[in-house]
Design a protein around this ligand. Structure first.
Ligand SMILES: [Zn+2]
Length: 353
């Protein structure tokens, strides 16, 4: 291990002066989710939907009014969530995909800044893979304007420069280059996760991430909005991504999926055959692995632990200058044996040709 590379290692420096080691996983905070309380020990940060806070008028005023008294202490957002670690917020962009929000970019950005979010999301325009070129271009340009506006407004929080561009690699590149011109200190890759599915293909997403990392430079943290599949995260890290957020742990549990570092399982067969044993407290404390599958809350807690642990392992590996490629190869050996149809291995290889 060389001291030089330790010093050069990319970190996330929030405006309160705290340096956060990367990579990081930010589970989506859901106030009524007991799992969040259960897993608090494993959580290094979280993401909160600022739009949900903002649309509750009384709460909105309360949070914004407390601004002054919290200037010297924890922010009103941190007090509200009851969590003093890193908190990012999102803007309601996802909700905006399905309904009209009556929300102005400037207002939701100012609100996130006032309540003390560490990482502020502008109201970007989500661009699903089906959007045609003119639509993707229009959404990208509007997103760019809103990022510029957010950078001018925010005083306390880091503004996420959001890349859009849909399924068009040249637009993705233009968007990342524009963020570099704006000199953003934090880059977020928007609308990329829909390009993944059970086949885990890196063909498009891998190229987007690699290009974005090249264009934004080595030091700017790069967040992939909505990413939370444990077997994909290490590959995204190798391609230059650092921060992930998701509520996948709950979605997967709802569908009966049990996450492992090698991919999610629909039934306990491989576990019963001894091919993998989960060291998480929820599995260790359970009567049997079937009991974890049968208990929605336990499955959710296990899934959340698995994502957090995956990212912590990566962080520890990078901190000791470990061999990431060797780690990826070991993951692929098991993954491709378990899921022979998966495109993860073949598309990963193809990225290096
Ligand atoms: Zn477990």
């Amino acid at each position: 291990m060389s001291l030089g590379s330790m010093a050069d290692r990319r970190t996330l420096r929030t405006k309160d002066g705290v340096r956060h080691a990367l990579p990081l996983f930010l589970p989506v905070y859901q106030p009524r989710e007991p799992v969040f309380q259960l897993a608090r020990e494993e959580i290094d940060g979280c993401i909160v939907n600022a739009y949900f806070l903002y649309k509750q008028r009384e709460l909105r005023e309360q949070l914004a009014e407390r601004y002054a008294e919290w200037l010297t202490g924890p922010s009103s957002l941190k007090a509200h969530v009851g969590f003093s670690g890193l908190i990012a917020t999102d803007s309601g962009a996802f909700q905006g995909l399905t309904r009209r929000l009556y929300l102005k970019n400037a207002d939701i950005v100012r609100f996130q800044d006032r309540i003390g979010s560490d990482i502020i999301s502008p109201l970007d325009l989500i661009t699903p893979p089906g959007d045609k070129r003119t639509t993707a271009l229009g959404k990208m340009r509007t997103t760019h304007k809103r990022v510029g506006q957010a950078l001018a407004i925010a005083e306390r929080g880091l503004v996420a420069g959001v890349q859009q561009g849909g399924r068009f690699l040249d637009l993705r590149r233009d968007s990342a280059a524009h963020m570099a011109e704006l000199e953003v200190e934090y880059l977020a890759i928007g609308s990329l996760v829909p390009f993944f599915n059970r086949a885990h293909s890196l063909a498009f997403a891998g190229a987007v991430l690699r290009d974005a990392r090249r264009l934004i430079g080595e030091q700017v943290p790069m967040h992939v909005y909505g990413a939370g599949e444990p077997v994909e995260l290490p590959f995204m890290v190798a391609l230059g991504a650092d921060v992930f957020d998701s509520s996948s742990y709950a979605h997967y549990a709802r569908g009966g999926w049990y996450m492992t570092p090698y991919g999610a399982l629909a039934d306990p067969g491989r576990l019963l055959a001894g091919e993998y044993r989960c060291p998480c407290p929820h599995c260790v404390g359970a009567e049997s692995v079937e009991a974890v599958f049968a208990d929605f809350e336990a499955l959710k807690a296990h899934n959340l632990w698995t994502i957090c642990h995956t990212v912590r392992e990566l962080r520890a590996l990078l901190a000791r200058d470990g061999d990431l490629n060797h780690h990826l190869q070991a993951l692929l050996d098991v993954h491709q044996r378990w899921f022979p149809e998966s495109r993860l291995g073949p598309t990963w290889e193809a990225l290096h040709e």
